[in-house]
Design a protein around this ligand. Structure first.
Ligand code: PEP
Ligand code: MG
Length: 548
Protein backbone atom coordinates (compact mmCIF):
# COMPACT_ATOMS: atom_id res chain seq x y z
CA UNK A 1 0.00 0.00 0.00
CA UNK A 2 1.44 3.44 -0.86
CA UNK A 3 0.48 7.11 -0.51
CA UNK A 4 2.32 10.15 -1.91
CA UNK A 5 2.83 13.46 -0.09
CA UNK A 6 5.21 16.17 -1.38
CA UNK A 7 8.14 14.29 -2.77
CA UNK A 8 7.83 11.49 -0.28
CA UNK A 9 6.04 8.21 -0.79
CA UNK A 10 4.59 6.24 2.09
CA UNK A 11 4.10 2.49 2.19
CA UNK A 12 2.64 0.30 4.88
CA UNK A 13 3.93 -3.22 5.23
CA UNK A 14 4.17 -5.84 7.91
CA UNK A 15 6.41 -4.93 10.87
CA UNK A 16 8.61 -7.95 11.53
CA UNK A 17 11.38 -6.54 13.69
CA UNK A 18 11.08 -3.40 15.84
CA UNK A 19 13.05 -0.16 15.70
CA UNK A 20 13.09 3.02 13.63
CA UNK A 21 15.91 3.93 11.29
CA UNK A 22 16.65 6.75 8.84
CA UNK A 23 19.17 5.69 6.21
CA UNK A 24 19.93 5.20 2.54
CA UNK A 25 19.00 1.97 0.83
CA UNK A 26 21.11 -0.63 -0.83
CA UNK A 27 19.43 -3.02 -3.25
CA UNK A 28 20.19 -6.67 -3.04
CA UNK A 29 19.25 -8.78 -5.96
CA UNK A 30 19.02 -12.53 -6.04
CA UNK A 31 19.87 -14.26 -9.25
CA UNK A 32 16.45 -14.74 -10.79
CA UNK A 33 17.40 -17.33 -13.36
CA UNK A 34 14.62 -16.06 -15.61
CA UNK A 35 16.58 -17.06 -18.67
CA UNK A 36 17.91 -20.41 -17.57
CA UNK A 37 19.03 -22.80 -20.26
CA UNK A 38 16.41 -25.29 -21.43
CA UNK A 39 17.11 -28.06 -23.94
CA UNK A 40 16.10 -31.64 -24.73
CA UNK A 41 18.44 -34.45 -23.82
CA UNK A 42 18.62 -38.08 -24.94
CA UNK A 43 21.11 -40.93 -25.21
CA UNK A 44 24.46 -40.08 -23.60
CA UNK A 45 23.14 -36.60 -22.81
CA UNK A 46 20.96 -38.11 -20.11
CA UNK A 47 23.93 -39.40 -18.09
CA UNK A 48 25.83 -36.15 -18.71
CA UNK A 49 22.96 -34.07 -17.28
CA UNK A 50 22.54 -36.41 -14.30
CA UNK A 51 26.22 -36.07 -13.53
CA UNK A 52 26.09 -32.24 -13.84
CA UNK A 53 23.20 -32.21 -11.41
CA UNK A 54 24.91 -34.61 -9.01
CA UNK A 55 28.03 -32.39 -9.01
CA UNK A 56 25.92 -29.28 -8.40
CA UNK A 57 24.25 -31.03 -5.49
CA UNK A 58 27.65 -31.90 -4.02
CA UNK A 59 28.85 -28.30 -4.28
CA UNK A 60 25.66 -26.97 -2.70
CA UNK A 61 25.95 -29.52 0.12
CA UNK A 62 29.48 -28.28 0.85
CA UNK A 63 28.32 -24.65 0.77
CA UNK A 64 25.46 -25.47 3.13
CA UNK A 65 27.88 -27.17 5.51
CA UNK A 66 30.09 -24.05 5.49
CA UNK A 67 27.06 -21.87 6.08
CA UNK A 68 25.93 -24.10 8.95
CA UNK A 69 29.32 -23.55 10.61
CA UNK A 70 29.20 -19.76 10.12
CA UNK A 71 25.62 -19.40 11.35
CA UNK A 72 26.30 -21.62 14.34
CA UNK A 73 29.22 -19.40 15.35
CA UNK A 74 27.56 -16.07 14.67
CA UNK A 75 23.90 -16.69 15.56
CA UNK A 76 23.43 -20.13 17.08
CA UNK A 77 23.02 -23.80 16.33
CA UNK A 78 19.23 -23.69 16.36
CA UNK A 79 19.18 -21.00 13.66
CA UNK A 80 21.69 -23.01 11.64
CA UNK A 81 19.15 -25.83 11.62
CA UNK A 82 17.54 -24.50 8.46
CA UNK A 83 20.72 -25.13 6.47
CA UNK A 84 20.99 -28.61 7.92
CA UNK A 85 17.39 -29.18 6.81
CA UNK A 86 18.14 -27.85 3.32
CA UNK A 87 21.10 -30.18 3.10
CA UNK A 88 18.93 -33.12 4.14
CA UNK A 89 16.37 -32.23 1.49
CA UNK A 90 19.10 -32.16 -1.10
CA UNK A 91 20.35 -35.56 -0.03
CA UNK A 92 16.88 -37.06 0.07
CA UNK A 93 16.92 -40.09 -2.29
CA UNK A 94 13.27 -39.61 -3.27
CA UNK A 95 13.82 -35.98 -4.27
CA UNK A 96 17.04 -36.83 -6.12
CA UNK A 97 15.24 -39.72 -7.84
CA UNK A 98 12.45 -37.42 -9.02
CA UNK A 99 14.96 -34.94 -10.46
CA UNK A 100 16.75 -37.76 -12.29
CA UNK A 101 13.40 -39.08 -13.54
CA UNK A 102 12.75 -35.69 -15.19
CA UNK A 103 16.12 -35.98 -16.94
CA UNK A 104 15.14 -39.49 -18.11
CA UNK A 105 12.10 -37.79 -19.62
CA UNK A 106 14.40 -35.55 -21.68
CA UNK A 107 14.86 -32.44 -19.51
CA UNK A 108 18.25 -30.81 -18.99
CA UNK A 109 19.52 -30.55 -15.40
CA UNK A 110 18.29 -26.97 -14.82
CA UNK A 111 14.77 -27.74 -16.00
CA UNK A 112 14.63 -31.07 -14.18
CA UNK A 113 15.44 -29.55 -10.81
CA UNK A 114 13.16 -26.56 -11.40
CA UNK A 115 10.17 -28.75 -12.30
CA UNK A 116 10.73 -31.02 -9.30
CA UNK A 117 11.30 -28.31 -6.69
CA UNK A 118 8.50 -26.09 -8.04
CA UNK A 119 6.13 -29.03 -7.74
CA UNK A 120 7.03 -29.56 -4.06
CA UNK A 121 6.95 -25.83 -3.36
CA UNK A 122 3.44 -25.40 -4.73
CA UNK A 123 2.20 -28.46 -2.83
CA UNK A 124 3.53 -27.02 0.44
CA UNK A 125 2.21 -23.54 -0.33
CA UNK A 126 -1.33 -24.94 -0.63
CA UNK A 127 -1.33 -26.43 2.87
CA UNK A 128 -3.31 -24.52 5.44
CA UNK A 129 -0.42 -24.01 7.80
CA UNK A 130 1.48 -20.73 7.96
CA UNK A 131 4.64 -22.38 9.19
CA UNK A 132 4.75 -24.98 6.41
CA UNK A 133 4.03 -22.25 3.86
CA UNK A 134 7.10 -20.40 5.09
CA UNK A 135 9.12 -23.58 4.62
CA UNK A 136 8.08 -23.66 0.98
CA UNK A 137 10.43 -20.73 0.50
CA UNK A 138 13.30 -22.95 1.67
CA UNK A 139 12.71 -25.04 -1.45
CA UNK A 140 12.86 -21.87 -3.54
CA UNK A 141 16.19 -21.10 -1.94
CA UNK A 142 17.46 -24.58 -2.65
CA UNK A 143 16.50 -24.18 -6.30
CA UNK A 144 18.34 -20.86 -6.49
CA UNK A 145 21.43 -22.41 -4.94
CA UNK A 146 21.49 -25.28 -7.43
CA UNK A 147 20.87 -22.96 -10.38
CA UNK A 148 23.60 -20.60 -9.12
CA UNK A 149 26.05 -23.49 -9.40
CA UNK A 150 24.78 -24.86 -12.72
CA UNK A 151 24.60 -21.40 -14.33
CA UNK A 152 27.70 -20.11 -12.55
CA UNK A 153 26.00 -17.08 -11.00
CA UNK A 154 25.82 -15.78 -7.46
CA UNK A 155 23.62 -13.30 -5.57
CA UNK A 156 24.88 -9.77 -5.67
CA UNK A 157 24.23 -6.26 -4.55
CA UNK A 158 22.62 -4.25 -7.27
CA UNK A 159 24.46 -0.95 -7.00
CA UNK A 160 24.21 1.92 -9.40
CA UNK A 161 27.60 3.40 -10.11
CA UNK A 162 26.80 6.91 -8.94
CA UNK A 163 25.07 6.08 -5.68
CA UNK A 164 28.29 5.51 -3.75
CA UNK A 165 26.64 2.32 -2.60
CA UNK A 166 28.47 0.76 0.29
CA UNK A 167 27.29 -2.81 -0.10
CA UNK A 168 24.95 -2.71 2.86
CA UNK A 169 27.35 -0.89 5.14
CA UNK A 170 25.37 1.72 7.11
CA UNK A 171 22.43 1.10 4.80
CA UNK A 172 19.00 -0.51 4.81
CA UNK A 173 19.03 -3.51 2.51
CA UNK A 174 16.00 -3.81 0.22
CA UNK A 175 15.45 -7.22 -1.25
CA UNK A 176 12.66 -9.38 -2.63
CA UNK A 177 12.87 -12.10 -0.05
CA UNK A 178 15.31 -12.23 2.79
CA UNK A 179 16.45 -15.78 3.09
CA UNK A 180 18.59 -16.74 6.08
CA UNK A 181 21.57 -17.20 3.84
CA UNK A 182 21.25 -13.73 2.33
CA UNK A 183 20.93 -12.36 5.83
CA UNK A 184 24.15 -14.09 6.75
CA UNK A 185 25.88 -12.97 3.58
CA UNK A 186 25.15 -9.31 4.33
CA UNK A 187 25.07 -9.33 8.12
CA UNK A 188 28.30 -8.03 9.53
CA UNK A 189 28.39 -5.25 6.95
CA UNK A 190 27.05 -2.88 9.62
CA UNK A 191 23.65 -2.90 7.99
CA UNK A 192 20.88 -0.90 9.61
CA UNK A 193 17.65 -2.61 8.52
CA UNK A 194 15.80 -4.78 6.03
CA UNK A 195 12.86 -4.18 3.72
CA UNK A 196 11.54 -7.22 1.90
CA UNK A 197 8.69 -7.98 -0.47
CA UNK A 198 7.78 -11.34 1.06
CA UNK A 199 8.15 -13.17 4.38
CA UNK A 200 5.90 -13.42 7.43
CA UNK A 201 6.49 -12.90 11.10
CA UNK A 202 7.50 -16.52 11.54
CA UNK A 203 9.92 -16.48 8.63
CA UNK A 204 13.53 -17.15 9.45
CA UNK A 205 14.33 -13.66 8.21
CA UNK A 206 12.08 -12.12 10.84
CA UNK A 207 13.56 -14.35 13.52
CA UNK A 208 17.07 -13.45 12.44
CA UNK A 209 16.36 -9.72 12.16
CA UNK A 210 15.01 -9.73 15.69
CA UNK A 211 17.95 -11.74 16.98
CA UNK A 212 20.31 -9.22 15.37
CA UNK A 213 18.32 -6.26 16.75
CA UNK A 214 17.74 -4.83 13.26
CA UNK A 215 14.43 -3.11 12.34
CA UNK A 216 12.63 -4.79 9.45
CA UNK A 217 9.45 -4.61 7.38
CA UNK A 218 8.12 -7.14 4.90
CA UNK A 219 5.06 -7.51 2.70
CA UNK A 220 5.78 -4.63 0.28
CA UNK A 221 5.26 -6.09 -3.21
CA UNK A 222 7.60 -4.81 -5.91
CA UNK A 223 9.33 -2.40 -3.53
CA UNK A 224 12.60 -3.68 -4.88
CA UNK A 225 11.85 -2.12 -8.25
CA UNK A 226 10.63 1.18 -6.86
CA UNK A 227 13.53 2.47 -4.83
CA UNK A 228 16.80 3.28 -6.57
CA UNK A 229 19.97 2.37 -4.73
CA UNK A 230 21.09 5.24 -2.50
CA UNK A 231 17.59 6.67 -1.86
CA UNK A 232 16.93 7.91 1.65
CA UNK A 233 14.16 6.13 3.57
CA UNK A 234 12.59 6.19 7.00
CA UNK A 235 11.80 2.66 8.17
CA UNK A 236 9.55 2.05 11.15
CA UNK A 237 9.75 -1.59 12.22
CA UNK A 238 7.24 -0.94 15.01
CA UNK A 239 4.38 0.14 12.75
CA UNK A 240 5.38 -1.24 9.35
CA UNK A 241 5.54 2.24 7.82
CA UNK A 242 8.14 3.03 5.20
CA UNK A 243 8.66 6.59 3.96
CA UNK A 244 10.73 6.95 0.80
CA UNK A 245 12.47 10.33 0.44
CA UNK A 246 11.05 11.65 3.76
CA UNK A 247 10.52 15.40 3.85
CA UNK A 248 12.33 17.59 6.37
CA UNK A 249 9.06 17.82 8.29
CA UNK A 250 8.63 14.01 8.43
CA UNK A 251 12.19 13.63 9.60
CA UNK A 252 11.71 16.28 12.28
CA UNK A 253 8.49 14.62 13.45
CA UNK A 254 10.18 11.24 13.75
CA UNK A 255 13.47 12.50 15.16
CA UNK A 256 12.83 11.32 18.70
CA UNK A 257 11.92 7.81 17.54
CA UNK A 258 14.96 7.30 15.37
CA UNK A 259 17.52 5.23 17.10
CA UNK A 260 20.97 5.63 15.75
CA UNK A 261 22.45 2.18 15.98
CA UNK A 262 23.05 1.63 19.63
CA UNK A 263 26.70 1.94 20.39
CA UNK A 264 26.62 -0.23 23.44
CA UNK A 265 29.32 0.59 25.93
CA UNK A 266 30.06 -2.01 28.55
CA UNK A 267 30.08 -0.81 32.15
CA UNK A 268 32.16 -3.02 34.43
CA UNK A 269 30.41 -4.97 37.19
CA UNK A 270 29.61 -2.81 40.21
CA UNK A 271 29.67 -3.85 43.85
CA UNK A 272 26.17 -2.54 44.58
CA UNK A 273 24.23 -4.95 42.35
CA UNK A 274 25.00 -8.16 40.46
CA UNK A 275 23.65 -7.85 36.93
CA UNK A 276 23.14 -10.97 34.85
CA UNK A 277 21.61 -11.23 31.36
CA UNK A 278 18.38 -12.67 29.98
CA UNK A 279 18.79 -14.52 26.70
CA UNK A 280 16.46 -16.35 24.35
CA UNK A 281 18.98 -18.07 22.10
CA UNK A 282 22.53 -19.25 22.66
CA UNK A 283 23.93 -16.63 20.31
CA UNK A 284 22.66 -13.83 22.53
CA UNK A 285 25.19 -14.98 25.10
CA UNK A 286 27.83 -13.32 22.92
CA UNK A 287 26.45 -9.85 23.55
CA UNK A 288 25.88 -10.76 27.19
CA UNK A 289 29.56 -11.64 27.52
CA UNK A 290 30.59 -8.44 25.72
CA UNK A 291 28.47 -6.43 28.15
CA UNK A 292 30.25 -8.23 31.02
CA UNK A 293 27.09 -9.91 32.31
CA UNK A 294 27.82 -11.72 35.57
CA UNK A 295 26.13 -14.82 34.22
CA UNK A 296 22.86 -15.61 32.46
CA UNK A 297 20.03 -15.17 34.95
CA UNK A 298 17.36 -16.44 32.54
CA UNK A 299 17.86 -18.50 29.40
CA UNK A 300 14.36 -18.81 27.92
CA UNK A 301 15.17 -22.14 26.29
CA UNK A 302 11.73 -22.49 24.66
CA UNK A 303 12.76 -19.70 22.29
CA UNK A 304 15.38 -22.02 20.78
CA UNK A 305 12.41 -24.13 19.67
CA UNK A 306 10.56 -21.12 18.29
CA UNK A 307 13.67 -19.89 16.47
CA UNK A 308 14.22 -23.32 14.94
CA UNK A 309 10.52 -23.65 14.10
CA UNK A 310 9.88 -26.85 16.03
CA UNK A 311 10.93 -29.27 18.72
CA UNK A 312 14.69 -29.75 19.03
CA UNK A 313 16.08 -33.17 19.85
CA UNK A 314 18.57 -33.92 22.63
CA UNK A 315 21.65 -33.40 20.46
CA UNK A 316 20.40 -30.12 19.01
CA UNK A 317 19.59 -28.83 22.47
CA UNK A 318 22.95 -29.98 23.77
CA UNK A 319 24.69 -27.99 20.99
CA UNK A 320 22.77 -24.80 21.82
CA UNK A 321 23.21 -25.03 25.56
CA UNK A 322 26.85 -25.95 25.28
CA UNK A 323 27.54 -23.07 22.95
CA UNK A 324 25.92 -20.60 25.38
CA UNK A 325 28.03 -22.08 28.17
CA UNK A 326 31.22 -21.73 26.13
CA UNK A 327 30.43 -18.09 25.37
CA UNK A 328 29.90 -17.37 29.06
CA UNK A 329 33.21 -19.03 29.97
CA UNK A 330 32.13 -20.58 33.26
CA UNK A 331 29.82 -17.82 34.57
CA UNK A 332 26.57 -19.28 35.94
CA UNK A 333 23.73 -19.88 33.49
CA UNK A 334 20.17 -20.39 34.69
CA UNK A 335 18.77 -22.70 32.03
CA UNK A 336 15.05 -22.31 32.44
CA UNK A 337 13.33 -25.59 31.56
CA UNK A 338 10.89 -25.24 28.67
CA UNK A 339 8.16 -22.78 29.61
CA UNK A 340 5.67 -23.67 26.90
CA UNK A 341 1.93 -23.05 26.83
CA UNK A 342 -0.50 -20.11 27.18
CA UNK A 343 1.12 -17.14 25.40
CA UNK A 344 3.95 -19.42 24.22
CA UNK A 345 2.22 -22.29 22.38
CA UNK A 346 4.17 -24.62 20.14
CA UNK A 347 1.92 -25.95 17.35
CA UNK A 348 3.88 -29.14 16.95
CA UNK A 349 2.89 -30.27 20.47
CA UNK A 350 -0.84 -30.28 19.67
CA UNK A 351 -1.69 -28.80 23.04
CA UNK A 352 -5.39 -28.87 23.96
CA UNK A 353 -7.59 -25.88 23.21
CA UNK A 354 -8.30 -24.28 26.57
CA UNK A 355 -10.74 -21.61 27.74
CA UNK A 356 -8.16 -20.21 30.10
CA UNK A 357 -4.68 -21.15 28.90
CA UNK A 358 -2.88 -18.81 31.32
CA UNK A 359 -4.25 -21.03 34.09
CA UNK A 360 -3.99 -24.21 32.10
CA UNK A 361 -1.58 -26.77 30.69
CA UNK A 362 1.68 -24.85 30.82
CA UNK A 363 5.10 -24.46 32.47
CA UNK A 364 5.82 -26.92 35.28
CA UNK A 365 2.50 -28.71 34.79
CA UNK A 366 3.25 -29.39 31.18
CA UNK A 367 6.80 -30.56 31.92
CA UNK A 368 5.49 -33.05 34.45
CA UNK A 369 2.94 -34.51 32.06
CA UNK A 370 5.08 -34.51 28.94
CA UNK A 371 8.20 -36.53 29.79
CA UNK A 372 8.79 -36.82 26.03
CA UNK A 373 9.49 -33.08 26.11
CA UNK A 374 11.34 -32.93 29.41
CA UNK A 375 13.60 -35.94 28.91
CA UNK A 376 15.67 -34.69 25.94
CA UNK A 377 16.13 -31.32 27.60
CA UNK A 378 17.15 -32.82 30.94
CA UNK A 379 19.61 -35.14 29.20
CA UNK A 380 21.07 -32.33 27.08
CA UNK A 381 21.63 -30.23 30.19
CA UNK A 382 23.12 -33.15 32.12
CA UNK A 383 25.59 -33.65 29.26
CA UNK A 384 26.54 -29.97 29.34
CA UNK A 385 27.07 -30.23 33.12
CA UNK A 386 29.87 -32.70 32.49
CA UNK A 387 31.82 -29.77 31.01
CA UNK A 388 30.62 -26.80 33.05
CA UNK A 389 28.31 -26.36 36.09
CA UNK A 390 24.65 -26.07 35.15
CA UNK A 391 21.77 -24.33 36.96
CA UNK A 392 18.36 -25.77 36.05
CA UNK A 393 15.42 -23.47 36.75
CA UNK A 394 11.82 -24.71 36.78
CA UNK A 395 9.12 -22.30 35.52
CA UNK A 396 5.66 -21.54 36.93
CA UNK A 397 6.22 -23.57 40.09
CA UNK A 398 3.17 -23.60 42.37
CA UNK A 399 4.78 -25.22 45.41
CA UNK A 400 7.26 -27.61 46.98
CA UNK A 401 5.59 -30.81 45.73
CA UNK A 402 5.93 -29.73 42.13
CA UNK A 403 9.59 -28.83 42.65
CA UNK A 404 10.33 -32.21 44.23
CA UNK A 405 8.54 -34.05 41.44
CA UNK A 406 10.42 -32.17 38.74
CA UNK A 407 13.81 -32.57 40.39
CA UNK A 408 13.18 -36.29 40.88
CA UNK A 409 12.05 -36.68 37.25
CA UNK A 410 15.16 -34.81 36.08
CA UNK A 411 17.42 -37.07 38.10
CA UNK A 412 15.72 -40.26 36.92
CA UNK A 413 15.84 -39.17 33.30
CA UNK A 414 19.58 -38.48 33.52
CA UNK A 415 20.68 -41.23 35.90
CA UNK A 416 22.79 -42.99 33.26
CA UNK A 417 24.70 -39.81 32.35
CA UNK A 418 27.97 -38.98 34.02
CA UNK A 419 26.77 -35.51 35.01
CA UNK A 420 28.79 -32.75 36.66
CA UNK A 421 27.45 -30.25 39.19
CA UNK A 422 23.77 -29.47 38.60
CA UNK A 423 21.91 -26.96 40.77
CA UNK A 424 18.13 -27.01 40.84
CA UNK A 425 16.17 -23.80 41.31
CA UNK A 426 12.69 -22.37 40.90
CA UNK A 427 11.02 -19.28 39.55
CA UNK A 428 8.73 -17.36 41.85
CA UNK A 429 5.91 -16.47 39.47
CA UNK A 430 2.87 -17.88 41.24
CA UNK A 431 1.67 -16.50 44.61
CA UNK A 432 1.23 -19.96 46.16
CA UNK A 433 4.95 -20.65 45.68
CA UNK A 434 5.77 -17.34 47.39
CA UNK A 435 3.63 -18.42 50.35
CA UNK A 436 5.71 -21.60 50.51
CA UNK A 437 9.00 -19.80 50.06
CA UNK A 438 10.54 -21.05 53.29
CA UNK A 439 9.95 -24.71 52.45
CA UNK A 440 11.19 -24.12 48.92
CA UNK A 441 14.35 -22.31 50.00
CA UNK A 442 15.16 -25.23 52.32
CA UNK A 443 15.42 -27.48 49.26
CA UNK A 444 16.28 -25.41 46.19
CA UNK A 445 19.81 -24.31 45.35
CA UNK A 446 18.69 -20.91 44.03
CA UNK A 447 15.60 -19.01 42.91
CA UNK A 448 14.59 -16.16 40.65
CA UNK A 449 11.54 -13.92 40.74
CA UNK A 450 9.66 -13.78 37.42
CA UNK A 451 7.92 -10.48 38.02
CA UNK A 452 6.09 -10.51 34.67
CA UNK A 453 4.01 -13.51 35.65
CA UNK A 454 4.10 -12.81 39.37
CA UNK A 455 2.37 -9.45 38.82
CA UNK A 456 -0.08 -11.16 36.46
CA UNK A 457 -1.09 -13.84 38.97
CA UNK A 458 -0.74 -11.74 42.12
CA UNK A 459 -3.05 -8.99 40.88
CA UNK A 460 -5.08 -11.17 38.48
CA UNK A 461 -4.15 -8.91 35.57
CA UNK A 462 -3.35 -10.30 32.12
CA UNK A 463 0.19 -9.36 31.06
CA UNK A 464 -0.78 -9.59 27.37
CA UNK A 465 -4.00 -7.61 27.39
CA UNK A 466 -3.40 -4.04 26.21
CA UNK A 467 -6.73 -2.89 27.67
CA UNK A 468 -5.49 -3.57 31.19
CA UNK A 469 -1.81 -2.84 30.52
CA UNK A 470 -1.82 0.13 32.91
CA UNK A 471 -2.77 -2.19 35.75
CA UNK A 472 0.08 -4.58 35.09
CA UNK A 473 2.63 -2.71 37.18
CA UNK A 474 4.47 -3.15 40.46
CA UNK A 475 3.41 0.12 42.09
CA UNK A 476 1.58 -1.32 45.06
CA UNK A 477 3.05 -1.59 48.54
CA UNK A 478 1.75 -5.14 48.93
CA UNK A 479 3.89 -6.25 45.99
CA UNK A 480 7.05 -4.81 47.49
CA UNK A 481 6.22 -6.48 50.80
CA UNK A 482 6.09 -9.76 48.91
CA UNK A 483 9.51 -9.14 47.34
CA UNK A 484 10.99 -8.10 50.67
CA UNK A 485 9.66 -11.28 52.35
CA UNK A 486 11.15 -13.40 49.58
CA UNK A 487 14.57 -11.78 49.88
CA UNK A 488 14.55 -12.13 53.68
CA UNK A 489 13.60 -15.79 53.40
CA UNK A 490 16.37 -16.36 50.87
CA UNK A 491 18.89 -14.68 53.17
CA UNK A 492 17.82 -16.75 56.15
CA UNK A 493 18.22 -19.92 54.11
CA UNK A 494 21.51 -18.67 52.65
CA UNK A 495 20.30 -19.23 49.08
CA UNK A 496 20.84 -16.91 46.08
CA UNK A 497 17.77 -15.02 44.87
CA UNK A 498 17.54 -12.85 41.76
CA UNK A 499 14.81 -11.06 39.82
CA UNK A 500 14.59 -11.59 36.07
CA UNK A 501 11.26 -10.03 34.97
CA UNK A 502 11.07 -6.80 32.95
CA UNK A 503 10.86 -4.86 36.19
CA UNK A 504 14.59 -5.39 36.60
CA UNK A 505 15.34 -3.57 33.31
CA UNK A 506 13.38 -0.49 34.31
CA UNK A 507 15.89 1.78 36.03
CA UNK A 508 13.20 3.75 37.84
CA UNK A 509 12.83 0.68 40.08
CA UNK A 510 16.51 -0.23 40.56
CA UNK A 511 16.86 1.58 43.88
CA UNK A 512 13.57 0.23 45.21
CA UNK A 513 14.57 -3.31 44.32
CA UNK A 514 17.84 -2.88 46.16
CA UNK A 515 16.13 -1.34 49.19
CA UNK A 516 13.88 -4.40 49.29
CA UNK A 517 16.83 -6.72 49.44
CA UNK A 518 17.23 -7.71 45.76
CA UNK A 519 20.95 -7.87 45.10
CA UNK A 520 20.97 -9.72 41.80
CA UNK A 521 18.92 -8.88 38.73
CA UNK A 522 18.86 -10.31 35.23
CA UNK A 523 18.07 -8.02 32.32
CA UNK A 524 18.36 -7.86 28.54
CA UNK A 525 22.06 -7.56 27.62
CA UNK A 526 21.33 -4.16 26.03
CA UNK A 527 20.19 -2.81 29.41
CA UNK A 528 23.07 -4.06 31.61
CA UNK A 529 25.15 -0.86 31.58
CA UNK A 530 22.18 1.37 32.32
CA UNK A 531 21.10 -0.78 35.26
CA UNK A 532 24.63 -0.83 36.68
CA UNK A 533 24.79 2.97 36.47
CA UNK A 534 21.43 3.23 38.23
CA UNK A 535 22.68 0.88 40.97
CA UNK A 536 25.72 3.09 41.56
CA UNK A 537 23.51 6.21 41.73
CA UNK A 538 21.18 4.47 44.18
CA UNK A 539 23.95 4.13 46.75
CA UNK A 540 22.10 1.52 48.77
CA UNK A 541 24.43 -0.49 50.96
CA UNK A 542 24.91 -3.99 49.75
CA UNK A 543 24.48 -6.59 52.47
CA UNK A 544 26.30 -9.82 52.10
CA UNK A 545 23.95 -12.02 50.09
CA UNK A 546 24.21 -15.69 49.42
CA UNK A 547 26.65 -16.51 46.64
CA UNK A 548 27.78 -19.70 45.07
C1 PEP B 1 8.55 -13.64 34.14
O1 PEP B 1 7.43 -14.17 34.14
O2 PEP B 1 8.82 -12.60 34.77
C2 PEP B 1 9.64 -14.23 33.37
C3 PEP B 1 10.86 -13.76 33.45
O3 PEP B 1 9.33 -15.24 32.51
P1 PEP B 1 8.65 -14.99 31.08
O4 PEP B 1 8.59 -13.51 30.85
O5 PEP B 1 9.46 -15.71 30.11
O6 PEP B 1 7.30 -15.58 31.31
MG1 MG C 1 7.16 -16.19 33.35
Amino acid sequence: MSAKQNNETRYTGLPISPGVVLAKVCLFKQSMHNTMPSYEVSGKGVEREKSRLAKAREIVVTRLEDLTGTVTDRIGPAEAGIFVAQKMMLQDPVLCGEMDAEIDEGCNAERALTITLDRYESQLAQLDDEYIKERASDLGELKRRLLDVLCDTSPSFECSADSKCRRGNDRVVVTEELTPSIAMEIEGNGLLGFVTERGGKTSHAAILARALGIPAISGLPDIHNQIPCGTEILLNGNTGELVVRPSAQTKAESADQIVTPERLEAVEPVKQLTVMANISTAAEAKLAAEMQAEGIGLYRTEFEFFAAGGVLDEDQQYESYRSAAMLMEGSPIYFRMLDIGADKPLDELNLPQEDNPALGFRGARLLLRRPDLMRPQARALARVSAETPVCVMYPMITGIDQFRALKQAFEEMTSDINSGRIRHGVMFEVPSACMEAQALFDEVDFASIGSNDLIQYFFAVDRNNSTVADDHRPDYEVFWRLLSNLSLTADLAGKPLSLCGELASDVQYTEKLMVNGIRTVSVSARRISEVRQAAVRAQVDRHAGAAY
